[in-house]
Write a protein that binds this ligand. Structure first.
Ligand code: PLP
Length: 395
């Protein structure tokens, strides 16, 4: 077993060697610009891009012409939300989202609020799920877009996407879904699920960083978006800029692998996650999973160790790469807004670890991580008890 152990697969994933192999020719001999129409180099690049478009479309049940390449999901979220807001401005100015969305979505909404749009931020229950009733009640005749994620990047909780889509369809409202954490981990199908726009990024599914895609429905209904990056008119005018051919080839290959390996892989990953959970729960008191266990990604375990400061815990397990339930903004460590939205106190949010288990993790790694966490939590709790007694005696 090689240390350190990587258990932070929601942040990013390791490039699959098969993806790297597919990309390499496009970083050397096959360096053409996919928009070059007059020679072999350009045609070769274009063919590779179109093959990747097919691979991505196949994984999500779309047609290849509905895929627009971007630099990643932050850009896809921006293009979807601002692009729809601008294109449908005459129809209305109301957008709905949830408080636990990724910043890429929330900050787009905040931006639009400064430009005359009204945004409803739906709360979530302690299990991390939005209320469908609250969503339905918040629709107005000015609502143009609902943007709700498939799976949360911190707590792994899956929103009721199909039901959300149904309500949107009934209300004649478009539905954008940030599916970054779900794609390649659970089956996602834009037609079965009723999604109109969907954000994807390669680096969360064992592909390279800096490349992603936006799915835009072409019929029933045909979705319009206003381009957010103007230039040479690439991607049918919806996103200008020379295509990142090696990155796109990598994203395509990552989707092809996910397509063939997803069912078995997700079962294996869920088994590792359940083993980790069981070991922690059997050996430690006051351990609680944050958010619904039933509606959750197979590889996610967001768990809190009451009375333990997660920053101290992280330092104690420095050969294991996980993240805390905290986000660093400039110099300050803030408790996670996602955990706070579930109703956790600052202290509870700051005693949380997020484990993200992925394709390359082994059972031995999980056993080692569990042992290290159990030991460290016990030590930290002992320390705080003796520290507490000393303080009490001193007073
Ligand atoms: N949306 C979600 C849910 C994410 O987890 C991430 C990754 O951090 C993003 C969007 C942003 O993706 P990218 O890193 O490709 O910009």
């Amino acid at each position: 077993m090689k240390l350190p152990i990587y258990l932070d697969n929601h942040a990013t994933t390791q490039l699959d060697p098969r993806v790297l192999e597919a990309m390499l020719p496009y970083l050397s001999d096959k360096f053409g610009n996919a928009a070059s129409r007059s020679h072999q180099f350009g045609w070769e690049a274009e063919q590779a891009v179109e093959a990747a478009r097919e691979q991505i479309a196949k994984l999500i049940g779309a047609s290849s012409k509905e895929i627009i390449f971007t630099s990643g999901a932050t850009e896809s979220d921006n293009l979807a939300i601002k692009g729809v807001a601008e294109a449908y401005r005459k129809k209305g100015n109301h957008i709905m989202t949830a408080v636990t969305e990724h910043k890429a979505v929330l900050d787009c909404c905040k931006h639009l609020e400064k430009h005359g749009y009204r945004v409803t931020y739906l709360p979530v229950a302690a299990d991390g799920l939005i209320s469908l009733e609250a969503l339905q009640n918040a629709f107005t005749d000015k609502t143009i877009l609902v943007t709700i994620m498939y799976a949360n990047n911190e707590i792994g909780v899956l929103q009721p996407v199909t039901e959300i889509a149904k309500l949107c369809r009934e209300g004649g409202v478009l539905f954008h879904c940030d599916a970054v954490q779900a794609i390649g981990k659970i089956p996602v199908d834009v037609n079965r699920d009723g999604i109109d726009l969907m954000s994807i990024t390669a680096h969360k599914l064992y592909g390279p960083k800096g490349v992603g895609a936006l799915y835009v429905r072409s019929k029933n209904p045909r979705v319009e978006i206003a381009a957010q990056i103007d230039g040479g008119g690439h991607e049918r005018g919806m996103r200008s800029g020379t295509l990142n051919v090696p990155g796109i080839v990598g994203l395509g290959k990552a989707c092809e692998i996910a397509m063939s390996e997803l069912p078995e892989e997700s079962r294996g990953i869920a088994a590792l996650r359940d083993k980790l959970k069981l070991q922690l729960e059997e050996n430690l008191d006051d351990v609680y999973v944050n958010g619904s266990m039933e509606h959750r990604l197979p590889g996610n375990l967001n768990i809190r160790f009451d009375g333990v400061d997660s920053e101290s815990l992280l330092m104690g397990i420095n050969d294991i790469a996980v993240s805390t339930g905290a986000a660093c903004t400039a110099a300050k460590i803030e408790p996670s807004y996602v955990l706070k939205a579930l109703g956790l106190t600052d202290e509870q949010a700051n005693s949380t670890l997020r484990f993200g288990i992925g394709r390359f993790n082994t059972e031995a790694e999980i056993d080692y991580a569990a042992e290290r966490v159990i030991d460290t939590v016990k030590k930290l709790r002992e320390l705080s008890v003796s520290f507490g007694i000393e303080r009490a005696v001193g007073q």
